[in-house]
Design a protein. Structure first.
Lengths: 530, 530
C-alpha cells in the first residue's frame, strides 16, 4: 500500500485482490493446463454475463442465497452477480432448447459475500473452472465416468500425480441408507447436512446435533454411525451389495448398482485407484441427484483438525464442509497450503435445468475446479522449491547500446533491431531513454530476468554486426563476454540460443521450475505465439 | 428463447449476451493474437476485481459517470462495476509505489449502462484489451511510438493489413490551436468536444454549436475551421512548423515538436504509413494530456453519414464520437460491420495516477482494443466468406463401434481407445450410449464437424486392429472406406492424418478460414495443447 495520504481509501474491495506479475503467470498456466484437458474431451467454451437477472439465481442456493451480491436498482432490471457457473449454465440450456447435449467448460470469476480468508485462497471474488456434460438419452454413469477421468487428467497435467484423492458418494445411496437407518423422510436433508460435518467434528458432536438438535431417535443415529465410517473401493461395493437391508431399499439399490457401473468404467479409463468411495461425503448443495465427489490433496485438511480420522488416512477430510461447520478456519493458520479445503467438487444434477423450463429437463453432471486454492498450493510449492528470482514477464532479449565520447544512444538503431526481432516473433525490449547508460540497461534486463542482451556498438554496427550476450554466465565461459554476429543472421542466432536455453537447465524462470508438466506446456505455448 | 412458459424471464440482462460455440472460438483467437503481441513487447498481465470501491471511480469519467453500475449497499463498502481498465490500472499503480515502470496488459469485461446496439457489438457488458506503459524518466514519445507499433502488429496479425488507419492528434497541439484561434481558456474543453463531433455532423452544425450554444466569437470559429480540416503526415507537420502563429504558442509548439519526434520513431519502426495526423481528432475523455489516437477501419463509418468528408477519404470518421454526437446510430442499419465505430483508441495520460496518490505521479500512455467490434467485423467477414458449417468444438476424432447380431456396443473398448488418444493429446469423443447405432455415431461426428472416425469392429479388434476413416471424402478416394491400422500404431497413424489435414485445404473448420494469421496461430496453439 502507498504511504501517501489521500482522500481515497486506496485498496481493492474486501475479499478481492489484484493479480499481477509471477502470480498471473502461474495462474494462467493453471488455466491453460485445465482448459487443454477440457478441449481434449470435446469441451466447448461458454461465457455468460457476470450478472444475471435476480430471479434466475433466486431459490437455487438455499441458505447461501444471503451471500449473493445484488446490483443497485438504477432503473430497469434487478440483477445480481453470479454465485457460481452452474446456474448460469442451466439458464443457458433452458434458453437454448435446440441444444440437446453439450460438453461445456467455463473459466470465470464468481462472487460470494462470504468471510474471506485471503491466504488460503478463499475470496469474495474467485475463479472457478467448470466442465459439465448435459444431455438426456445417455446410458447411466458413462458421462459421469468421463468427468472423473477429466479430474485425473487435470491433476496429472498439473504434476500432482499421486497427491490427490477423489472422494465419491451417491445421493441415492445416502438417501436409501438414511431410510434404512430409520431417519424420517422430512429429516433426511437435515441429517445429511449433519453428516457433512464429520470431516470437521468428532462423531459425538455430530450425533449430538442429530439427536438433540434435530430430534433423531438415538437408535437411528447409531445405525448411521456404522455406515458413515466406511470407505473403500470395490471392497466396499461388495459389502454393500451383500447388505440385504440396504439392497431392499429401492433408492440405495439403484445408487449402489450405479456405483458398481461407475467403478467398471473408471477401471476401463485406468483411474479407479484415485477414488475413495466414502459414505460420509454428503455435499451441501441441494440440487445434486446422483453421484457426488470432492477432490482433496495434502493440505486440504485444517491444521487444527478436531480429531484424527478413525482409520489411518493420509488425506483427511475437509473443505467447504469444514467452513460450513464452524467458519472458524479463517486465520487460525497462516500456512496457505493447510486447510484450503477441497480443490475440486461436483456431481450429477438432473433437475436444475427443469427449474427454469419444465419441458427442457436435461440431466447434467459436472466438476468445478477451485483455481484459487490450486494456485495457493502451487505457489507455496514454488516458493519452497525456488532457488531463483520470480520473473514478471517472458521477454527473451533486451536490446542495448553503448558507446564512448559522443555516444548518440542509437535509439533508432535499437528500434530497428527490435522491429526485426518482433517480426520474427522474438519477445524483445529496449530502454525508453535516448542515451541510456550501459549499467542501467544491464540492470533493467537483470531485474526482469531477461536471459539475453543484444548490444549495439557504433563500430560493430558500421561493420554490420551486433553482440549477443547471455546474462549471468559464469566466469570462464567461452561466451561470457558475448559473441558478435552479423545482423543478417541475428534472428537465427538469437532463436538458436533461446531454444537451447529453454531446453537447458540454466533457466532463471521460476515458473518453469514449478512442475515439469506445466513448464513444458508453457514453453510450447510460447512457441505457438511466435 | 425457449417456447415454454415459465415464471422466469428467461434471458440475459439487457445489453449482455452469452458467448458460445463458434463465436467463442473466433473471439478467443482474437484474444490470443492480441495478447501474443502484448507479450512480445514485454507486457505482463494484470487482473483487477470486477468491482472497485465507488470512490475510486468517482470523478474520472465526467458526464459518463451516470453510466456506472453500482452494487447495492448490503452493509460494508460501497462498490461499483469497473467502467474501463484504465482507472483500475492507475489505482493499482498508486497502491504499488514500488512499481516505478511497467508495461501491463489486461483483457477483461467492462460495464456501462449505455443504450445497447447488439448487432454492432455495442453492449453494456463488453470486452476491452488494454496495453499501457507507465513510467517516469522515459524520453518523450519513445513509449508512445512503441504503443503505435503494437497497434500495427495487432492488426497485421489479425490479417487486416492495409485495412486500418490510425488517426493521431496531440492534446497540446489542439489546446494551443484553440488559444491561437481566440478561444477563451474556459471554453477550450467545450469547444474541443464540439470539434469531436465533426466526424458525424457537418461543419455548419458544429459551428452553430460553438457560436450559438457555447458563445464562441464567430471569428474564432472561422479560424478553427481552417485548422480542423487538415490531415496528413510529414506534409502537415511541415506546414504546422511553418505556421508562425502556432509556433509562437508554447503548448502548440511543444505538441508539434513531439509529433515530429513521434513520426521519426514511427519511421524507424516502419509504420509511419498507417497513421493519419488529423487535427479534428479530439477524443472525449478529459484525462488525456498528450498524443491521442483512434483506429478506424472500413465499416467504422456509419451507413448514413451526415455528410461526405470534404476530402476524398476512404476511411471516414466515426466511433464513440458518433455515438456521443447523437446516439442515433442504434438500429439504423442492421449490417454489423457498418458504423461499429473506432476499433481501438488511446493516448497519453500523465496525471491520472496522481489523482489517487499525489506523490505517485506516473506518466502513462496506452491503447484499448474494442474486441466486440473487432469480433463483429471478423464474424461478418467469416460469414461472407464461409462455404462450410461453423464448428462448435475442436475434436479431431470420434471413436465408434459397430457390429451385427449380438452387438455388445464395445463401450469399454471405446473408452480404452479414447484413453490412449487422450494420453497422446489427441482430442477425442465417443458416444455415451451402451449400444449406439452406427448412423447415430456418424451423425454425431458430422454434426460437430469432427474430421476423423475411428471405427471398432469385433473381428478387427480381435485381430488387434481398428479402422481410421476421414469424414466426407469424395467417392473414389482411396481411403473413402477407411484404412485398417494396428492398434499399437494407432496414435501415430491418427496424428499423421490430423497433421496432414490441418496443413491441407480440405479443412471444414470455418474459423481456420477466417484469416491466415489467426488460423495459423490457432493450429500452433492447438499443437501446444497436445
Amino acid at each position: 500500500m502507498g504511504k501517501e495520504k489521500s482522500s481515497f481509501n486506496l485498496k481493492t474491495p474486501k475479499g478481492t485482490r489484484d493479480w499481477s506479475g509471477a502470480d498471473t503467470l502461474i495462474r494462467d498456466r493453471i488455466f491453460t493446463t485445465i482448459s487443454n484437458v477440457f478441449r481434449r474431451h470435446g469441451g466447448t467454451a461458454l461465457d455468460t454475463p457476470v450478472f444475471e437477472l435476480r430471479d434466475i439465481l433466486a431459490g437455487k442456493y438455499g441458505e447461501d442465497s444471503k451471500l449473493i451480491y445484488d446490483l443497485q436498482d438504477q432503473g430497469g432490471e434487478l440483477c445480481s452477480l453470479r454465485y457460481d457457473l452452474t446456474v448460469p449454465f442451466a439458464r443457458w440450456l433452458a434458453m437454448n432448447p435446440e441444444v440437446r447435449s453439450i460438453k461445456r467448460y467455463h473459466i470465470a470469476k464468481v462472487y460470494r459475500r462470504d468471510q474471506p480468508a485471503v491466504a488460503k485462497g478463499r475470496m469474495r471474488e474467485f475463479y472457478q473452472c467448470d466442465f459439465d456434460v448435459a444431455g438426456a438419452n445417455f446410458d447411466p454413469m458413462v458421462p459421469d465416468a468421463e468427468v472423473l477421468k477429466i479430474v485425473n487428467e487435470v491433476f496429472e497435467d498439473l504434476g500432482w500425480n499421486g497427491k490427490f484423492t477423489i472422494k465419491i458418494n451417491h445421493r441415492k445411496v445416502l438417501d436409501g441408507l438414511f431410510e434404512v437407518c430409520g431417519v424420517p423422510q422430512d429429516k433426511i436433508r437435515p441429517i445429511s447436512s449433519a453428516v457433512d460435518k464429520l470431516d470437521k467434528l468428532p462423531w459425538a458432536d455430530v450425533r449430538k446435533e442429530m439427536v438433540e438438535d434435530k430430534g433423531l431417535p438415538a437408535e437411528a443415529a447409531d445405525n448411521i454411525e456404522k455406515y458413515v465410517s466406511k470407505k473403500g473401493r470395490k471392497d466396499l461395493l461388495e459389502e454393500l451389495l451383500r447388505d440385504e437391508a440396504l439392497m431392499a431399499n429401492a433408492s440405495a439399490k439403484q445408487g449402489i448398482e450405479e456405483m458398481g457401473l461407475l467403478m467398471e468404467y473408471l477401471e476401463a479409463f485406468g483411474v479407479l485407484d484415485t477414488i475413495s468411495f466414502d459414505l460420509s461425503l454428503a455435499r451441501g448443495l441441494d440440487y445434486y441427484t446422483g453421484v457426488i465427489y470432492e477432490v482433496v490433496t495434502e493440505g486440504s485438511a485444517p491444521a487444527s483438525s478436531a480429531r484424527a480420522a478413525p482409520e489411518a488416512e493420509k488425506l483427511q477430510k475437509s473443505g467447504k464442509k469444514a467452513k460450513a461447520a464452524s467458519g472458524d478456519d479463517d486465520d487460525r493458520s497462516n500456512d496457505p497450503t493447510v486447510g484450503v479445503g477441497s480443490i475440486a467438487a461436483g456431481g450429477r444434477y438432473d433437475n436444475l435445468v427443469g427449474m427454469f423450463s419444465p419441458k427442457a429437463q436435461i440431466p447434467c453432471v459436472g466438476i468445478s475446479f477451485g483455481v484459487d486454492r490450486i494456485f495457493s498450493i502451487t505457489k507455496a510449492r514454488i516458493e519452497r522449491e525456488k532457488n531463483t528470482e520470480a520473473r514478471n514477464n517472458e521477454v527473451d532479449v533486451y536490446v542495448m547500446a553503448f558507446g564512448g565520447k559522443g555516444f548518440t544512444g542509437m535509439l533508432k538503431e535499437r528500434m530497428d533491431i527490435c522491429k526485426t526481432l518482433w517480426s520474427a516473433g522474438v519477445k524483445a525490449e529496449f530502454s525508453y531513454k535516448l542515451k541510456p547508460k550501459l549499467p542501467q540497461q544491464f540492470k533493467a534486463a537483470e531485474t526482469s530476468g531477461i536471459p539475453f542482451a543484444i548490444i549495439l556498438g557504433e563500430e560493430e554496427l558500421a561493420a554490420g554486426q551486433v553482440k549477443i550476450k547471455e546474462m549471468g554466465l559464469p566466469e570462464g565461459h567461452p561466451e561470457k563476454e558475448g559473441v558478435s554476429v552479423d545482423i543478417k543472421n541475428l534472428v537465427d542466432e538469437v532463436k538458436l540460443r533461446i531454444d537451447k536455453k529453454s531446453k537447458g537447465t540454466t533457466t532463471t524462470n521460476v515458473v518453469a521450475d514449478a512442475t515439469a508438466a506445466v513448464a513444458d506446456l508453457s514453453v510450447k505455448t510460447e512457441d505457438a505465439g511466435v
